[in-house]
Design a binder for this molecule. Structure first.
Ligand code: XMP
Ligand code: MG
Length: 183
């Protein structure tokens, strides 16, 4: 799906699919350099991270395995509730492994700080975070994100896995959602 198809719901394109892909390739190269041939366990946060997980994993030269977690921090709206719940846990034992959390977006950081704390207690060898987008203005729970795709303004964005009420995940570009959609 392209942004032009649904331009009425979107205010502007922040990043084109091509710009996103280019940045993903840069992150993958950085990760390869940092891990130096070690196996990496990528943990994708469902559902938003599906696109970045699939692109990042294929752009890396490092060997990796993948696992997934589903957590809820938002309802169907656009504000973080601050309440984090595990909807689906990992199927892998992560102890002693080099774990890299793959997130679509860090907004307040509440979801991620909960996740980091939870996974750290399972004693991985290393634990880092890659997030495609970060909203720096909105960080109320600061988390160290080693690999950041883009820092974006504090607006609600959709596309490349990011949704509003389940929609627009398959938008190739990343665009800002028009406030008339959710207000
Ligand atoms: P927090 O506030 O806990 O939120 O860092 C992280 C999760 O909230 C969702 N989120 C968004 N989803 N457009 C979206 O489609 C956005 O602009 C947005 N901001 C936050 C997302 O699921 C993320 O993992
Ligand atoms: Mg998410």
């Amino acid at each position: 799906m392209d942004a032009a198809e649904i331009s009425d719901d979107l205010t502007r394109v922040l990043y084109t699919a091509e710009q996103v892909q280019e940045r993903v390739n840069e992150l993958a190269a950085q990760i390869d350099a940092d891990y130096q041939g070690r196996d990496i366990l990528l943990i994708g946060v469902l559902n938003g991270a599906i696109m970045v997980m699939s692109d990042l994993a294929r752009a890396m030269d490092s060997h990796c395995t993948m696992d997934w977690m589903a957590i809820s921090s938002y309802g169907s709206g656009t504000k973080s509730s601050g309440v984090v719940r595990i909807l689906k846990d990992l199927t892998t034992d992560i102890s002693g492994k080099h774990v890299l959390i793959v997130e679509d977006i860090v907004d307040t950081g509440l979801t991620l700080s909960y996740l980091v704390q939870n996974l750290r207690s399972r004693e991985p060898a290393t634990l880092e975070v890659a997030a495609m987008f970060r909203k720096p203005g909105a960080v109320t729970a600061p988390v160290d994100v080693k690999y950041v795709g883009f820092d974006i303004p504090n607006e609600f964005v959709v596309g490349y896995g990011l949704d509003y009420a389940g929609k627009y995940r398959n938008l190739r570009d990343v665009a800002t959602l028009s406030p008339h959609i959710y207000s």
